[in-house]
Ligand binder design. Sequence first.
Ligand code: NZQ
Ligand code: ZN
Length: 387
Amino acid sequence: MINFEYKNPTKILFGQGKIPKVALEIPQDATVLMVYGSGSIKKNGVYEQVKEALRKHTVYEFGGVPANPEYDILLQALALIKEKKVSYLLAVGGGSVIDGVKFLSAAVDYEGDPWDILQLRIRTEEGQGMPFGTILTLPATGSEMNSGYVISRKERNQKLGAGGPGLFPQFSILDPEVVRSIPKKQIANGIVDAYTHVLEQYMTVPSAADLQERFAESILISLQKTAPELMTAKFDYPAAANFMWCCTMALNGLLQKGVITDWAIHAMGHELTAYYGIDHARTLAIIAPSHYRYNFETKKEKLAQYAERVWGITEGTVEEKAAAGIAQMEYFFHSMDIATKLSDYVTDYQETATRIRETFISRNLTGIGEYQSLTPDDVYEIVNMSY
Ligand code: NZQ
Ligand code: ZN
């Protein structure tokens, strides 16, 4: 097991009826900016619950953060923070709103051009950044219990990430009741995103970190079991609760400790969102099968372990089991109506691989994956395979 240090300071308040507790988590004398998305919280009762709970606090609001949080819109929120002398941020939404708030937290005391923070990947260290909490409305990204964020800038076709230990939420409220109002398409996205977060930290080589490997496999199995329960019309609280906690556990830092991690699927996927606006999770479903087929030789032992322990495929050689594992993964994505070919989403896909190779070269991303060995030419081949 590789040496590691682990600190996750985010307090989790999990379960039905927990949203009103927000009032106890935010200091009474704080000036709060409540940040939310395009309006789902006004339709499902979450907005009223938060406003009622915070009626004794000073609260300003900033709504309209879009999916794939947009830099220009966040700059408007930044101006409001300064104008109203806000001292505490509250994100009420999914990964996009939470990521937007993390960016605001990082940017508020930054002296230069805020885009530098992303362009230069400036870390926000412990003790820096404005304090914030979250009320999660969409299980998927794990942003509610990690310190990373990803911001889009459409005019430049860019989607860049940054983070640092100063950007853990102080608290996150996870009430599975919010899953009731999530459209099935977004539930499927959430499952695939969390599932791929586990894969990115697991699908490398067999390691000595047995506990982390079995944690990872448990989350994958649990998501597979829960998916059909969530995708049926009827709301199922136990399924929603498992889904929500799986998504948080998939990316709160625990799985990656003591092991090597990949993250190449996300690096390529972000470019597909930057160019085409394809939902984050769907970009991962497009890239993952090709990535594993292209890197079959280095990953086959772990792919076979995945096939055996997660899907119960015990027959065949290592290669046969590994190939069957990839096929099962694709089948799982398809079972939630998630298409896995780029050509299912865009028409000018023949140019995509070249574009992404050029972007990787221009950003000096010359080596990605667990060994930083995948070059822009490899990226070109992987994207090409995903047509
Ligand atoms: O904007 P509103 O009206 O709230 O609607 C949202 C949005 O349209 C809707 N929604 C959220 N909760 C709902 C709901 N609709 C009905 N009922 C509810 N309870 O769902 C839509 C998608 O929301 P969004 O926040 O964009 O989705 P998600 O949570 O998947 O976040 C995606 C963003 O997170 C980034 C992605 O790149 C993308 O920008 N990621 C962040 C990560 C992190 N910080 O650790 C890791 C991930 O890999 C990912 O990159
Ligand atoms: Zn993701």
